[in-house]
Design a protein around this ligand. Structure first.
Ligand SMILES: NC(=O)c1ccc[n+]([C@@H]2O[C@H](COP(=O)([O-])OP(=O)(O)OC[C@H]3O[C@@H](n4cnc5c(N)ncnc54)[C@H](OP(=O)(O)O)[C@@H]3O)[C@@H](O)[C@H]2O)c1
Length: 317
């Protein structure tokens, strides 16, 4: 089915994977948008327009000009500690802007796919399924939960919430590190990495997440979907897997517990997701952590290890 898909936050980690994944589909006309004047990625087959999702007038203009049939909202302030200290900006981007987007969607019958997080949960009883009760423990989680609720205003059968966690991967000129690129960067420079032994997640390769969302688009699914990796690991184990894959010094990965590290935002302990619904309804099959990391290694070795951090190009298995 032909779709006009508007992607927000398209210069970010997930945004770039989404654009790469969706714009290869001949029946999808993709318009990527982001805060930068120019796209950071290069996909000749999709358009790009700058868009700050908090700017209501620009949003309305894009809806009028492009008349999307689907919006995938991956724009967010994702720095959890920054959200704690810049609450007003965090709320504007992660919650209020979703209300505006949902209202525009409701006006012309557009479907809204809102990307959300494990941080809507308190981490006392993970891994979580779609029906578990949210209870965020930090401001980022609160703002994202408000974003989930706002997305429902798109209309009864028009909203989908995709929850994910610890998204990793590469892209072109990414604005910030993710866990894998950070561990790689630090260990390559022979600096120690402190990783939590009491924070448990199901890390998610950005490309797997993008392909899961593509299936949601294709099968026109609505409601809440968990889309993450399948393996439940501590962040310490995950950091050691990165070291092992890239042949870096594992002994530089130091185990720490949450109570010994002071951060602006409290982290939930055990989150991660049960992906049963996505597996059964969408045929979603994420790569294992070793397979995904091996793929990233392969990408980076095509252009030197530095390329993992700076300019690895589209992730394309
Ligand atoms: N990364 C994770 O581990 C993780 C885990 C769970 C859920 N998620 C969710 O997944 C989604 C994608 O995150 P990501 O990992 O791709 O993070 P990311 O790389 O930080 O991407 C987020 C993008 O949103 C953009 N953005 C911020 N404010 C904006 C605004 N006002 N208007 C338009 N765009 C704006 C950012 O641009 P700037 O660079 O200009 O700020 C960035 O390009 C988010 O909804 C996030 O909450 C991520």
């Amino acid at each position: 089915m032909f779709e006009r898909i508007l992607v927000t936050g398209a210069n970010g980690l997930l945004g770039q994977a989404l654009v790469g994944c969706l714009s290869r589909e001949p029946l999808y006309d993709v318009l990527a948008t982001g805060t930068d004047a120019e796209p950071r990625f290069c996909h000749a087959s999709c358009g790009y327009t700058p868009l700050d999702v908090c700017d209501k007038r620009s949003l309305a203009r894009i809806f009028e000009d492009f008349t999307p049939t689907i919006v995938i909202n991956s724009a967010a302030i994702t720095q959890v500690d920054r959200c704690e200290t810049e609450r007003s900006r965090c709320w504007d981007v992660n919650a209020s802007s979703v209300e505006h987007i949902a209202r525009e969607c409701q006006t012309i019958g557009t479907r809204l796919i809102q990307v959300s997080t494990d941080f809507v949960f308190d981490g006392k009883a993970g891994p979580y399924s779609e029906s578990d009760l949210p209870n965020p423990v930090n401001f980022y989680g609160k703002s994202k939960l408000a974003g989930e609720n706002a997305a429902r205003q798109a209309g009864m059968d028009k909203w989908t919430v995709v929850r994910t966690n610890v998204v990793y991967g590469v892209g072109r000129k990414l604005p910030r590190n993710n866990f894998v690129t950070w561990v790689h960067q630090e260990l390559t420079a022979n600096r120690p990495v402190r990783a939590f032994v009491d924070q448990v997640r199901t890390p998610t390769w950005a490309w797997d997440l993008a392909t899961g969302i593509r299936r949601i688009v294709r099968y026109r699914k609505r409601g809440i979907y968990n889309i993450s990796g399948h393996e439940l690991v501590t962040m310490y184990e995950f950091a050691r897997s990165v070291a092992a894959t890239f042949g870096l010094d594992k002994s530089l990965v130091l185990p720490v517990v949450s109570k010994d590290v002071s951060l602006a935002a409290r982290r939930p302990l055990t989150t991660g997701f049960i992906n049963l619904k996505a597996t059964t309804e969408l045929g979603y099959k994420p790569h294992s952590i070793p397979a995904a990391l091996a793929h990233l290694k392969c990408l980076s070795s095509n252009g030197g290890t530095q390329r993992l951090l700076t300019d690895a190009g589209a992730e394309d298995p």
